[in-house]
Structure formats: structure tokens, C-alpha cells
Design a protein around this ligand. Sequence first.
Ligand code: SF4
Ligand code: SF4
Length: 265
Amino acid sequence: MKLQDAASKESKLMTWDDTFKFRCHQKIDCFNSCCRDVTILLNPLDVVHLRKKLGISSTDFIENYTHLLVSRESGLPALALKMSQDEKKQCQFVSESGCTVYDSRPYSCRLYPLDTEQGVEYTLIVDQAKCHGLGESEEWTVERWRNEQGLYDYDDIDHNLKDVMHADRLWEEKIVDQRMQDMFLMAIYDVDRFREFVFESTFLQKFKVDDDIIEKIKNDDVAMLYFASQWLRFALFGQKGFLKIDKDFLNQKKKEVLSRKEALE
Ligand code: SF4
Ligand code: SF4
């Protein structure tokens, strides 16, 4: 969500066949004005795209380019792009000629000037007084805009993560434990740290994971995100999915705990 203006509250709801007029270009007098002093929430796939574009780890990207927000209702962590600390409060990726990470820009920058809650109904997030591109003559349907901006690529992973992030249980019980919040943050956004957790802890002893999945998640960040969503389902709600617990490992651990207990008695 690119939060800039309250216009969306009054603006009419649109679905995929509805139309709006818009064109953004370097000669427009408001050029770049929407890339400052704005809250740009990041989709997990945005982190994957942007860290790749910048050639850095997800951990470094999170540390240098984002700030953490925690939902007051659910306790779920989310990341937003950090703006510059000076009075301009600009996005760190904006230049005189526009967005320097354009082909990897976040979901909400792609969607702008639209916004959506659930991907079904859309609203204009600004009005023409602020976004002069809305006064141009080029006409779009919501569907063609989504298509043109590469938003379809987000649908599968969003659908997969939505089950977890919108689960009633999370919103009813609220995550207050900081370790749980960090686990969530790691799994959803920090693909390199999560990969390290999977491959360098006892994770693969504890769970039986098919060899082809292990091979895939070694280098494929998107596959890792799907894997993370399965693991969160298990860790948060006890849903096993394709994660099978290795009973021998579990029994061995139980024996170790019992013998430690006996030694203390
Ligand atoms: S405010 Fe609208 S027209 Fe102006 S730069 Fe931003 S998107 Fe383009
Ligand atoms: S990522 Fe690009 S499009 Fe989005 S706010 Fe920053 S400069 Fe603007």
C-alpha cells in the first residue's frame, strides 16, 4: 500500500473492467512528487526483486532500505521503504529521471495511482490536484493496468501468504512474543536468513523434506517464499502440509531430554 492521500476514501470503487485516465511522464510538472514522504509497504516478493536488483542479501536490504512496522491489531510485522532522513524525505531510489529500480519497483508503486485491499475492488489513491497524470487522456481498464504493471506475478504468492497473514486466529490472539514476530519477519521477508535457518540448523533433521524441494529452495528465492509459507502454517497453526516430522529424530531428542532429567535427579 502506498499511503499518501486520503482521496481513496471518497473515490469510487472500481472493479477490473472499470476505467480511469492516467499517464505519468518526465515532462509532467508533478514528476517524482509521489516518491517522497510516503509509506510504501513492501510485499515479500518486493524484497526478493529489490535485493536481486541491488545485488545484496535480503538481510542487508532490510537493514539499509526498510523500517519495521508492527500491526497494533495482529502484532504482525511489516516492512516499509525507508525515506531519506533530510527534509526532502525522498525515496532512496528516486533520481531526477525517475525511479532507478523501475523494473523491480515495489507492488504499491506499480499499482499507483490505484490501491486495493483484497485485489478485487480498486480505488484511486490520489486526486488530480496532486497527481496531474490523472488529467492526461490515456485510458486504462483496471485489468489492463494490472497487466501492464506486472501485478499478476504477485497473485500466486499473495494468495498463498494471505491464508497465513489473514488467519482469524492471528487477529484474535495477536502475536505479542517478539521471538514469534522475528520468526515471521525472517520467514516472510528475509529469505537469506530463513535459508540459513533451514540449511544450517537441525531443521532438515527434524523435518523430512523431499529432495527436489531441497534442491529448489537452495537458490530459488520465490520457491523459498512458498516453503516459508508452509513452515509458518506449521509453526503457527500446526498444519503439516508437505512438512513431515521425522519421528526417529523426535524420539531421539525425547530420549536425550529424559536422560538429562534423570541425571539431574
Ligand atoms: S504524482 Fe502522478 S503524474 Fe506526478 S509523478 Fe507521481 S504518478 Fe506521475
Ligand atoms: S521505489 Fe521507485 S517508484 Fe517507488 S517510491 Fe521509490 S523511486 Fe518512486
